[in-house]
Design a protein around this ligand. Structure first.
Ligand SMILES: [Fe+2]
Ligand SMILES: [Fe+2]
Length: 189
């Protein structure tokens, strides 16, 4: 099976009804896909992996099942092993090597996309004027978006080999075009 973005979206939406989870998938996709473009990698494939990385979270909301119990479903649906392996690698508790640019990028964008999104939700113009400095400040406030693992954010940037500010700026920029889809305000709205 040729893994296409359309196919991945179909798989995702068949297993996921939560708008928050769909927004998360789209945010991570935007960031990961932007990195694929920057690095000259396969944008379609990277989109597929990003969209699918939490596709089973609604049916497997605990770490004793997510994402490992989702893997057989992906295989059954015909996704190639490269997709399944990349999806599995985002889970720290599985201790799988993140040995490709795609795996490193997915991990680096997963928690940070959620965090940037959270920063945008509390600002009158969403992420339009959001800057890395203010994201970093919020990262140091444990009570803000407390579900986001700071450790994963820092570790992700380090594994990817990018400076944190640069990484944050890149993710903000990648999310801006889909801000309305993410439920973020824009100055014009
Ligand atoms: Fe996950
Ligand atoms: Fe995720």
């Amino acid at each position: 099976m040729q893994p296409t973005r359309d196919r991945a979206w179909e798989t995702l939406t068949r297993h996921t009804t939560s708008e928050a989870l769909l927004r998360h998938a789209l945010a991570v996709e935007a960031a990961v896909r932007a990195y694929a473009a920057k690095l000259g990698e396969d944008e379609e494939l990277w989109s597929v992996v990003a969209l699918l990385h939490d596709f089973d979270y609604e049916i497997h909301p605990t770490l004793d099942k997510h994402p490992q119990d989702g893997a057989p479903i992906l295989r059954e649906e015909g996704y190639p092993e490269a997709v399944v392996e990349a999806v599995l690698s985002h889970a720290n508790h599985l201790h799988l090597p993140r040995d490709t640019p795609l795996k490193k990028t997915l991990f680096a964008c997963d928690e940070l996309s959620g965090f940037v999104h959270a920063c945008g939700l509390v600002r009158p113009d969403g992420i339009e004027t959001l800057e890395p400095r203010s994201v970093r400040k919020k990262l140091k406030q444990p009570s803000f978006a407390s579900g986001v693992s700071r450790e994963d954010v820092y570790e992700g940037a380090e594994e990817l080999g990018v400076e944190l500010d640069e990484h944050i700026a890149f993710v903000i920029e990648a999310l801006r075009p889909i801000a309305p889809r993410l439920g973020l305000r824009t100055a014009a709205a």
